[in-house]
Structure formats: structure tokens, C-alpha cells
Design a protein around this ligand. Sequence first.
Ligand code: ADP
Length: 586
Amino acid sequence: MSISRNLVRIIKIPLRANKKDLAISIIAIIFTAALQMSIPYLLGLSIDKAFNNNIDQNLSIIPFIQIGILVFLLSFARGAFHYVHMFTGEKIGQSIAYKLRKSYFDKLQNLSFSFHDTVHTGDLITKGIIDIEGVRLFVNTGILRFFLLGIFILTGAVLVLRIDLILGLLALSFIPFIGIVSSVSRLSLRQNWIRLQAQLGILTRVMDENLSGVRLVRSFMRQKYELQKFSIASSVVRKTTFRQIFIKSTSISINSFVFLISMSLVVYFGALAVTEQTITIGELAALVAFMSILQGPVRHIGQLVNSIARASAASSRLYDVLDHSIEVKNNQKSIQFNDPVEELKIENLGFSYGKNEILKNISFFANPKHSVGIVGPPGAGKTTLSRLLPRFYNLNSGRILLNGTNIEDINLEHLRHSVNLVDQDLFLFSDTFRENVRFGKPSADQDEIKSSTLKAHIYNHIDNLPERFETLIGERGVQLSGGQRQRLSVSRTFLFHSKVVIFDDSTSAIDTQTEKEIREEMSELGENITLIVIAHRISSVMNLDEILYLDNGTILERGNHNELIKLDGRYANLYKMQINPELKVI
Ligand code: ADP
């Protein structure tokens, strides 16, 4: 999709949704430009009038007072229209930004995991903040300024050329020059700014890693090395900022120089014309005043070009995300699903990340009376399998059936309410314990929260904190150990009342005692619901009804604990390594 097409889409938003404000703003722009341009014109007329009146009399102050009052009134009116144009322009910009931010965030909530896997979170945040800001600014500094500059330059040109063709052309001669210089300088400032952003990103990363890894740095006494790394990154930033200052100052100086030269030429040749009586003194004054007024907007041509370039790039990056197709979504025959789960059946499942085949021909079933454990070496595909059950990704082959219905035909919201994954990447929000626990059920009352945290063996810990459930978790709140985080995450699942619960390595980072407690809770859960447990520790799965040993994306061994021990294969080896090295299979 071309860049300009995306820019047109941005321009179409206010044309569709902010017609009234856009019309008010454009009318205000026309009045602003007309009033501003009338000031030098009236100034010229008044000067001529004052001179003509006073040729034979003593010079009177009255015409000048009249000019002063007139200019004051016109400036006041111009200011009022300028205010209206700025205000409505900003209002349109803010409303576009608001709409884009909302649809962008909404899209991110719905885009499939396959999309999130391939993009950097930082890039998505940049698009959502900086690119939307670029589009917002485009309304005032791009669309409306285009009108303002156009009207200024056109009316200015007509007015000066009417005074005198040659002098008029001379008075306008600085426009293309300053237009080009300011555009070139703005575009190179932009390139430099993009470079600066990247360099500041590196500087932030160096600082962030240094602070996060402060213990490692001190342990290995690498402060000097870290300081050196920081000062290299910092001096790169300094160089780029110097270049920024250089470009800005050069362009301002060149533009002022060019303007003053053309102004001097107009004054010189204008004075000659006055003495030759081709133009009046008032017309010369008007010419000079027109030039002074025009130079401001002309210098803004660079900003206009920059705004268009920035908004083009920003809009194409934004629409890249907004137009991205959503792979995992409800299909037309999606059905509601609120029934108790009788069976979760996986049939010949196959899955790849891109071309990388991860799971092959996986079949098993689970139900409230048939819990399943999955073990296997790292990289076997266990986590991937766990993420396919709530349909975070679509399968490449095979089916997953919930009570006989393909999960692709079940409404996603209903499916994810029925099948809940306690992921190994436990995530807690920087919010209170209460809100973290009831994340899946915001309406939960204190009794429900208490019961779920009691079951997850985290209640006593929270209850002993000074602000109990109102205590904040995270950067400025309390810090939690791995085991506490996991228990909190489990309490969230208890409260969510899902019918199928998948624990993906949920006991990996905790001590044996806590693991035992969580395992007890898992068995309690198992009485009512379908339980699937992925674990590295044999002790987490050995009591389940069926255990699958997964390696390289296929099920190598399956059966209950005793059967697998008897088989004396990979599972039995794992058992010997972790629990009983003396095990002899008879
Ligand atoms: P396990 O949980 O058994 O350690 P995973 O399911 O996490 O295994 O990973 C299986 C394979 O899939 C690994 O080779 C891993 O590199 C790859 N993999 C995991 N997640 C992704 C992803 N989001 N995109 C591409 N490849 C992935």
C-alpha cells in the first residue's frame, strides 16, 4: 500500500467525522489571511493620504492615529480568527488522535499471537504514541497550514504585483528560495531526529540494563566497563544533537540573509521608483510590510513539508497494524458454549510457527475423570501445545474438540472462559492484590477473593500486609517471590471458574513445599474440572491419569505413572534422575 494512499485515508477522517469544525477552521483561516494582508494595504493607503493632506499644511498626527486605531482593530479581529482556526484545528487533531488510539489499541487486543510473536512490543508502543502524535500534528501543521500558506502567498502575490510588476516580483523572489532551504533543512532535521531517537533508545537500554543488572555489575566489578559503554552511547547522542543545532542555525541564518537582501533590493529600487513617481511612498511602505508579513508563513513551508513527510511515514506504519488481518477470530457459525466439559479431545494435531514444524500428529483426550500430564525436554513443544488449546493460534492440521465441537466453531470468548491457561510467563499488573486476583472476574466480591486466595495458599501472606488486599504490587508496591507470584496466578484461575485448566510449568520456580501445596490444590481442582499439567518435575504429574512424554513435537511414550515406569523408557529415566536413582524395573 502506497504511503500517499495512507495519508489520503488520514485526510478523509476529518472530512467524514469533523466536517463542521473543518469548515469553521477553513473560514477562520480565510479571514485570518485576508485581515493580515489588508493591514499593509491599508497602511500604504493611509500613509499616502497623510502625505497628500499635508503637502501644503503642517504634518498632522491625526491620520497616523487613525491608522494606528485601524491596524489595532484589524489585528484584534485577525487574532480572534487565528484563535478560532488554531482551536478548531487542534480539536480536529485531538479527535483524530483519540479515534486512532482507540482503534489501534482495540486492534492490538484482537490481533493474533502469531502477529505479536513477530513484532517488538517497543515498536508497537512507539506506533501507538509517537506515530499517532505525528498524525495529530498533521491536521494543524499539514492540512490547515497548507490552506493558510496557500491563501497568504496567493493574496500576497496578487497585492504586491498590483502595486508594480517588477518590484512585486522582486518582493516575492525570496519565497521559492526560503521555501526550498527551509524544506531541505526540515527534512534533514527529521532524518537526524529519527537517528537521535534510535541513539536515545540505545542510551536508555544501556542505562536500563545497568540498573537491572546492578548486582551482576558489582559482583564482577564491571563499573568501569559499564561507564565506558554509557559514555560511548552518550557521546554519539551529543554528536547528533550538535548536528541538529548546526542544521537549524544554518537554515535560520541563510533564510534571514536572503530575506534581508531581497528587502534591501525592494527598498532601493522602490525608493528610485518613488522619486521617479512610478509608485507612491505609501505603496513602497505597503510592499515592505507585505514582505515582512509574508516571511513568517513562507518559513513555515519547511514545517509543512516535514509534517507531510512525518505523517506519511507515521500513517503507513499505523495502517500496517490497523489493516493486519486477524487470523484467530469467530467464524460465521460460531456457537455459544457454557456447558460443563465432558471431554476435550485432540485429534492428529499438527502445528508450525511459519515453516518451522513444531507438533506432529498429537492425539489425546482429557476430562474431569481423566487428567493429563505432559513432560519432555525443553523445546519439545509442550508450551506450544498448551497455547493451542484456548486457540491462541490456529492449527495447521487436525482438530481440537470440546464436547465433540471443533473449537474453531466455538465463540472465542466462551472458549477462553471454558479453557484457561496458567501460563509459565506469569504476569501481574502494577495494581492492588484485589484487582490482580479478580482480573478474570472484576465483579468478584471479597468472599470470593478470600476463598480463591485461601485455596491458592496466598491469603495469609496478603492478609499480613499493612494494606492487605489494597496493597500495590510491582515497582512501587511490594515485590513477590516466584512462588508467591505463582500462587497469586493460581488464585486468579480459581476465581475464574474455568472448566478446563492447563498449568504450564506452574511449579518450576518454587520450593518443594510450595509445589506440594499447589499440587494439592490442583487435585482439588481436578475433582470438578478437566486438568492438564505441563511440568518439568515428575512429582507434579505422577499422580495424574495419563502422562504423555513429548519430544521433538511427537508423543514418544504415554500411559499412567506405573505403566511408564514399567516401560523403562524416557519417562522412567526422568523419574530415576529426579526422584529415585535406585529404581529397578522388574
Ligand atoms: P517447550 O515448552 O517444550 O520447552 P516450546 O513449545 O516452548 O517447547 O517450543 C517448541 C519450539 O518452538 C522451540 O524450538 C521454540 O524455539 C519454538 N517456538 C516457541 N515459541 C515460538 C514462537 N512464538 N515463534 C516461533 N517459534 C517458537
